[in-house]
Design a protein around this ligand. Structure first.
Ligand code: MN
Length: 342
């Protein structure tokens, strides 16, 4: 395992492949990670942070500003030094090599062209020997990202979806690529085995009976928040993990911020009865030790965030996931003892 450490913080500019208008400015890389400028030549990295600055159709209220979340997270990450986690004795930036690609190109008036740019970039990341950590953006972005991953590993990808919501609507106002639709589109992909899609934490009245029916009919597994409270989070996550590591190359984890109760997540959707921030931090630390193929965290809204609490929560989630990844890499190279869930 590589152990080089980036000691200086370098500013980044958006991808030079984008020829349209762009917002310029000095933004640090996430935790001072190495800037990655050439997607075709990614070597020597254990993980890479990737901004996916997209907000498509609004399904409630006004635009959320979630396209600004990657930039906000990079700025917030400067609070956390090298990402040392004392309770697990892991120093993220000392123990793995992290890159930061900056934000993927978007075309605000053209979702198809935008998603094609996401697929192209994601293909290059998923075929490199690196774990991408995508920062959304709304949840629609998971569809193009998983399209690339599952084309690279047909029927060999497990999907762990943490969310209050199924996000498997067929369409929203005629938009089949809206933020409430990605898991219907993903389940329709020929390279996806729907039985390897697991929804965790589903709850609350912003769902519908037809969405539950869709999940059941397509053979997806559903653990509601009631299941988690009855059986225990560790037990449910272990069962979900067992499902998605069986007959696969590993799993992709996708996290809507509203898996976490709004009490801990003021800059996320107004959904209650969810996990605590601490529960989700530990869950990602545990899961990242296993055969994780990628991670996204989506639906955080800087425009309504109070004191940047949710932006900082995302940074914590990423750091805990990276800490778990470091422990897992050390364990697989024989350098440490894994505490991963069985
Ligand atoms: Mn959600």
């Amino acid at each position: 395992m590589a152990s080089m450490r980036q000691s200086t913080r370098e500013s980044m500019t958006p991808s030079s492949s984008y020829d349209g208008p762009q917002v310029s400015g000095t933004v640090p890389t996430f935790l001072g990670a190495r800037p990655v400028r050439d997607f075709a030549r990614i070597t020597g990295l254990d993980a890479v942070v990737v901004g996916v600055p997209w907000e498509g159709s609004n399904t409630w209220g006004s635009p959320s500003g979630c396209e600004q979340t990657p930039k906000a997270c990079r700025l917030a990450s400067m609070r956390y030094g090298t990402g040392y986690i004392p309770e697990y004795a892991v120093d993220v930036m000392s123990e793995l090599v992290l890159g930061d690609t900056g934000d993927l190109p978007v075309h605000p008036t053209d979702v198809q062209r935008t998603f094609q740019s996401f697929r192209t970039a994601a293909h290059q990341l998923f075929t490199a020997d690196v774990v991408p950590v995508f920062l959304g953006g709304d949840h629609s972005v998971t569809y193009p990202l998983l399209t690339s991953l599952t084309q690279h590993r047909p029927n060999r990808v497990g999907i762990l979806h943490f969310d209050a919501h199924f996000d498997n609507s067929d369409e929203y106002g005629g938009d089949r690529l809206a933020r409430c639709c990605p898991f219907r589109r993903i389940a329709e992909l020929p390279e996806v085995d729907p039985s390897k899609i697991v929804h965790l934490g589903i709850r609350g009245p912003r769902n519908s009976a037809s969405q539950m029916q869709c999940a059941r009919e397509k053979g997806m597994t559903v653990f509601t928040m009631a299941d988690i409270r009855r059986e225990g989070l560790d037990s449910v996550v272990s069962e979900a993990r067992r499902l998605v590591v069986t007959d696969t190359d590993g799993y992709y984890v996708t996290v809507c911020s509203d898996i976490i109760d709004h009490a801990y997540n003021p800059g996320g959707p107004l959904d209650f009865g969810g996990l605590s921030s601490g529960e989700m931090l530990q869950t990602l630390f545990n899961l990242a030790q296993g055969p994780i193929l990628g991670l996204d965290i989506v639906e955080v809204y800087p425009l309504s965030d109070v004191n940047e609490a949710s932006v900082h929560l995302v940074v914590w989630l990423v750091i805990y996931a990276l800490a778990g990844l470091a422990v897992g890499l050390q364990s697989r190279s024989g350098g440490g003892v894994s505490t991963a869930l069985g």
